[in-house]
Design a protein around this ligand. Structure first.
Ligand SMILES: C[S@@+](CC[C@H](N)C(=O)[O-])C[C@H]1O[C@@H](n2cnc3c(N)ncnc32)[C@H](O)[C@@H]1O
Length: 247
């Protein structure tokens, strides 16, 4: 399975437009807003925390957090250098490390918060996904929180060659394991976390979300927070929050 990881890293090294800017351009400003706002809400930042964005690509989330909480100490890691170089072009203050999420060169109990947006579902084995989540657990301080998003099996399955896991039809160098809500909870628990939030996000069709703008964002957040079962069926992504030492 190492060759799949290598193939994905090479894809990222050659990518002309790294994931973050691609996401904003192709999926739309308001789709991006609802996704990052959900992550930010779940992180519940107070203002001066040490935060890791694991698999940060070109720093879409880092920039979003920095604009709202400039006093936080931000760290971004990605296993490809190409996207990390793009973060350097942004006007944000962040420590950047080129590293695999399954082997973070960071000491234990270092961060208050860890976010990993659309990353762990791209790791090709259960063992690697658990290893990454266990790394997040290790680098978090006691009572620290992790916020994870992954692609939702209930809405993405037609995009994957093989249904549940396999290569994206639109990008055959990229692998995905599509998560069901209960699997995401189970994996976080296996890594030691207590899961305190689990929901679907980006529920509205893209064209409605982008047409209704701020109202669309509010409606989407409302569905995620108050109609969880519907959001599991409709959400493009699943979002989970886990707490270290909360059991
Ligand atoms: C779908 S993109 C999401 C990027 C970013 N989190 C965002 O939401 O804008 C997945 C990112 O994870 C990175 N990635 C994938 N596997 C990784 C691994 N094993 N270690 C570190 N980064 C990885 C890729 O290079 C890519 O930048």
């Amino acid at each position: 399975m190492e060759h799949i990881k290598r193939m994905q890293r090479l894809f990222r090294e050659k990518e002309k437009e790294p994931f973050g800017s691609f996401q904003i351009k192709v999926m739309g400003r308001w789709w991006n807003e609802v996704e990052l706002k959900n992550v930010l809400n779940a992180l519940a930042i107070k203002g001066k925390e040490k935060i890791l964005d694991a698999g940060c690509a070109d720093g879409r989330l880092l920039e979003y957090i920095y604009k709202k909480f400039p006093l936080c100490e931000l760290y971004g890691t990605d296993f490809a250098l190409n996207p990390i170089r793009q973060v350097l072009k942004k006007n944000i203050s962040a420590h950047l490390i080129c590293a695999d999420v399954s082997e973070l060169p960071i000491k234990d109990l270092f961060f208050d918060l860890v976010a990993s947006v659309e990353v762990i579902f791209m790791l090709p084995t259960h063992e690697q996904r658990i290893k990454a989540l266990t790394e997040f657990y290790r680098v978090l301080k006691e009572k620290g929180s992790v916020v994870i998003t992954v692609d939702n099996y209930n809405t993405w399955f037609e995009e994957i060659d093989g249904g549940k896991e396999g290569f994206f039809k639109s990008a055959p160098d990229l692998y995905a394991y599509l998560y069901k809500p209960e699997e995401l909870k189970k994996d976080l628990e296996e890594a030691g976390f207590k899961v305190v939030k689990l929901t679907g996000i980006n529920n509205l069709p893209r064209k409605y979300l982008n047409r209704f703008k701020k109202i669309g964002v509010l409606l989407d957040l409302f569905i995620s927070n108050f109609f969880k079962t519907l959001s599991f069926k409709r959400g493009a992504y699943l979002l989970a929050k886990g707490i270290k030492g909360g059991s």
